[in-house]
Write a protein that binds this ligand. Structure first.
Ligand SMILES: Cc1cc2nc3c(=O)[nH]c(=O)nc-3n(C[C@H](O)[C@H](O)[C@H](O)COP(=O)(O)O)c2cc1C
Ligand code: SF4
Length: 545
């Protein structure tokens, strides 16, 4: 029997030269600067010139990515654990809080029974977490004039568990030949009707109003990770006005934005997108043994070619991506006045090695099929391609660092009439260019993802990609649960607190998958002290993780 691949752990790479040699041995493109740059010379300390969000220029080049909570009240309200997490987001020094955590636009759209719900009842709690974050940031960094805070709006679709942590209640865009069995979709009754979608769009519009009322600078309309609106992007086989053509598959977003504007709500809009996807992966049975699942291999897709069941996948070979529609979708976002686009990949539920590269998978997950740095490089390089496409009109970043990024222009409007329709439906709001104001032609701010696995080398890679215009902003997920101030430390001290670095143990994913709240149990004392930590250890021991 073949052995699973032996992985090199990042902390064993003692110098930048070691890191570069390892990257070279993997045959991937992952650039890294020679050293951490501190002070005002750091690319990460520069404000984000160009587009403003709610009149504010984002004050530096790192962001906190949204991370779903499993610790709200049973009615989706804010708890002390949620408040503490948002406080730490504020203390991180990041000037962009991209969404905070996914908030369900209606109760049945929750991914867990303790996810926040953005509704009237929970308004005061939502105001409190926003204010807590803002005050924490102000008391440590002196100003919030350049701090931008968004709320992420979601419906969990295929992954809904609104009432019981262990009971799936999926609602899907279309029947899926591989995922249906995995997520207990057994009947066409679980597919949304067009009339139900119209109601759902109103839920998003109402949620955006609440976000504006409680002082969020923008709302993210979540289109990633296999959740509902991401799934609609690949609804090729769905009949009717929300399936089939590109225009139909993206109609929900344009109708949500039109609805928000028609409601007189001027809140800014962001979109988080899985920029590419693959087929679902599963543990290799031949390499699995009791207590340890094998490395990930693709599910058999031979019976469903061309593969029309994922967005931005190569339909002929769905373990490769095809960015044609990604570019088209981002151009559409631009035309709809979306000012910020946050790029991710895949899904934590069916191909986590591309979405959340980790050396230690969650207890129910397959072992990495390759060095996790390969997944990091995929995300960084896809974002680079997208940034090049959108940056034809944004020469400011390149000028700042004296670099040229050889941008290629965005294609001319793909969907004639999109902008016109959006304008018609949103009469209270001025045309896109007037709304944007600061830049003609306007191009959205790009946020990149997947940096946590870089560990010691995160600042040096982040510096490179920002300096060279591969992304506007570097977004941090898991690292922030372990070490919120990592990039603030890099910028202010030029060094990192090595003991605080996230090692991708995946406890923050294993815990909620086993009914416990999420958090960095191994490195954050607040969670190590909780009784759940002991339970988590037992769960991991039982499965040999
Ligand atoms: C515990 C946890 C919860 C997450 N919840 C969300 C979420 O609510 N919305 C979202 O868009 N991404 C979510 N993500 C994905 C992260 O935003 C991020 O894309 C991912 O962790 C990869 O970035 P990283 O390598 O910096 O961790 C979550 C990730 C983790 C670990
Ligand atoms: S539990 Fe902590 S160390 Fe492990 S992946 Fe999550 S944040 Fe990182």
């Amino acid at each position: 029997m073949a052995e699973p691949i032996k992985l090199v752990r990042v902390p064993t790479l003692k110098t930048v030269a070691d890191f570069r040699n390892h990257i070279a041995s993997l045959g991937i493109d992952l650039p890294c600067e020679d050293a951490i740059v501190s002070g005002s010379a750091s690319p990460l300390a520069q404000p984000c010139d160009g587009v403003t969000i709610n009149g504010k220029k984002i004050g530096n080049r790192f962001a906190i990515q949204p991370m779903e909570g499993w610790d709200g009240t049973n009615t989706g309200g804010v708890s002390d654990d949620v408040i503490r997490r948002w406080q730490r987001f504020g203390e991180s020094g990041a000037k962009l809080i991209y969404g905070g955590e996914a908030m369900a636009v209606r109760a049945d759209g929750r991914a867990n029974p303790n996810q926040l719900i953005i509704n009237e009842e929970n308004k005061s709690g939502l105001a409190k977490i926003r204010d807590t974050l803002s005050s924490a940031h102000c008391s440590r960094y002196g100003s919030t004039d350049d701090l931008v805070i968004g709320f992420q709006l979601t419906h969990s679709g295929r992954f809904c568990k609104p009432n019981d942590k262990f009971r799936m209640e999926p609602r899907v865009a279309y029947r899926h030949p591989i995922l249906d069995a995995k997520f207990k979709v057994t009947s066409d009754q679980q597919v949304w009707t067009d009339a139900e979608i119209e109601q759902l769009i109103q839920n998003y519009v109402q949620a955006a109003k609440i976000a504006a009322d409680v002082g969020a600078d923008f709302v993210d309309i979540k289109h990633c990770h296999g959740y509902l609106l991401h799934e609609f992007l690949s609804a090729h086989t769905r009949p009717g006005k929300y399936g089939g053509s590109f225009e139909n598959r993206t109609r929900i977003l344009s109708e949500i934005i039109s609805g928000i504007r028609a409601n007189g709500n001027k809140i800014e809009i962001g979109v988080r997108l899985s920029a590419f996807d693959f087929v679902p992966f599963k543990p290799d049975a031949a390499l699995s043994r009791p207590g340890k699942l094998g490395p990930g291999v693709p599910e058999d897709f031979s019976h469903c070619l061309p593969y029309r069941y994922a967005f931005s996948v190569n339909q002929g070979n769905p373990i490769e991506y095809d960015l044609t529609e990604t570019f088209q979708f981002i151009e559409m976002c631009r035309q709809l006045g979306v000012k910020i686009v946050n790029l991710s990949a895949g899904s934590p539920y069916y191909n986590p090695h591309i979405q959340r590269p980790a050396i230690y998978p969650p207890s129910d997950g397959y072992q990495p099929p390759e060095d996790p740095l390969v997944g990091v490089a995929w995300q960084i390089n896809v974002v680079r391609q997208i940034k090049q496409r959108v940056s034809s009109s944004s020469s400011d970043l390149q000028n700042k660092f004296g670099q040229r990024s050889s941008p290629s222009p965005m294609p001319v409007p793909i969907r004639s009439g999109v902008e016109e329709r959006a304008r018609e439906r949103s009469s209270p709001s001025p045309p896109v260019e007037e709304r944007v104001g600061e830049r003609r032609p306007f191009s959205p701010i790009i946020v990149g993802t997947g940096y946590s696995y870089l560990q010691e080398y995160l600042p040096q890679v982040a510096q490179y990609v920002v300096r060279n215009g591969w992304t506007d902003i570097v977004g941090l997920g898991r690292m922030v649960l372990a070490y919120p101030e990592i990039l603030a430390d890099a910028v202010s001290k030029g060094t990192l607190a090595t003991k605080s670095i996230c090692r991708t143990f995946s406890d923050c994913t294993t815990a909620p998958r086993n009914g416990m709240i999420s958090g960095c149990y191994p490195l954050d004392k607040y969670y190590s002290a909780k009784p759940e930590f002991q339970k988590l250890k037992e769960v991991k021991k039982a499965v040999g993780a």
